[in-house]
Ligand binder design. Structure first.
Ligand SMILES: Nc1ncnc2c1ncn2[C@@H]1O[C@H](COP(=O)(O)OP(=O)(O)OP(=O)(O)O)[C@@H](O)[C@H]1O
Ligand SMILES: [Mg+2]
Length: 270
């Protein structure tokens, strides 16, 4: 069993880094041109943290999300999620790993047009093998949580952009994932609706203790998280903690404590 990412038996209060990435590389070959989208990137994210990833168009933000979440395969590097390495995991196992532990929110809502709000939210549960009746009940509860109980039977085309995005938020959370990945979740929304969606995500982060990694171009969105990671040209350029967010002071310390925990547990074994 891997010792990484699992809280040590010798220290009760350690909160593990839920995402540990090191030396992650990814390049794309399109014709004669090779694009190095990620150039050996290192990143640790603490459990319960809300992290915003920013950076100019083309710097590799979406590639990072896709590789860390296992939607796409990195060429090189180590990616450990909740103590399990997803590098070298079979496609089948990785798909299940994602279905059970991760939720996704994208800019284009990716809702199925012929399905109702409830049916859209049921989908990830049905994929994960939950019985239809139970899936229906959980989907309704998730829609209620995002304030859409009264829209449950509507199809996406009958809802506003903000409502559609709330359906995707409900869908991303219905299986109670440990990690929610969001790629420009408010990119298609006006500033008022964007704030509403962020209020919702921040509330879920604080109450459900889920870890959020969200890519955004909007500084107002990025400010709501605990930490901002700035990328440039396939690498982390800098990072900053956001002053004024709750629980913030603990987050950086958590990761350091965790690194120490790994260090000391390893040292103990040598
Ligand atoms: N499937 C692909 N095939 C070839 N090149 C790709 C592919 N996907 C991304 N790239 C290239 O990799 C680099 C990083 O792309 P990525 O989509 O990760 O950027 P991004 O930071 O998300 O940009 P944006 O803010 O515009 O969404 C870019 O140079 C892009 O052109
Ligand atoms: Mg992108």
């Amino acid at each position: 069993m891997s010792e990484k990412g699992v809280s040590g038996s010798d220290g009760a209060k350690r909160i593990p880094a839920i995402i540990e990435a090191s030396g992650v590389r990814k390049s794309y070959d399109s014709g004669d041109v090779k694009v190095n989208a990620l150039k050996g990137l290192d990143l640790d994210i603490a459990k319960g943290e809300m992290v915003a990833v920013m950076g100019p168009s083309g710097c590799g933000k979406t590639t990072l999300l896709n590789c860390l979440s296992g939607l796409d395969e990195a060429d090189d590097g180590e990616i450990v999620i909740e103590g399990e390495s997803i590098v070298g995991m079979s496609d089948r196992k990785r798909t299940r790993f994602r279905a059970e532990r991760m939720g996704f929110i994208f800019q284009s809502y990716n809702l199925m047009p012929v399905l109702s709000a409830t049916e859209n939210v049921e989908l990830p549960l049905l994929v994960a093998g939950v019985r239809p009746k139970k899936a229906h009940k959980l989907a309704l509860a998730a829609l209620e949580m995002v304030g859409l109980a009264d829209q449950a039977r509507k199809r996406p085309a009958q809802m506003s952009g903000g409502q559609q995005q709330r359906v995707t938020v409900a869908r991303s959370l219905v299986n109670e994932p440990a990690i929610v990945w969001a790629d420009e979740p408010t990119g298609a929304l006006d500033s008022e609706t964007s704030k509403e969606i962020m209020d919702l995500l921040v509330r879920l982060n604080r109450t459900q203790k889920q870890t959020f990694v969200l890519v955004t171009h909007d500084p107002a969105v990025a400010k709501r998280g605990h930490r901002i990671i700035r990328m440039r040209d396939g690498e982390v350029e800098s990072e900053e903690k956001n002053a004024g967010t709750e629980d913030l002071s603990n987050v950086g310390a958590r990761i350091e404590t965790n690194a120490e925990a790994y260090g000391s547990s390893n040292a103990g074994k040598n």
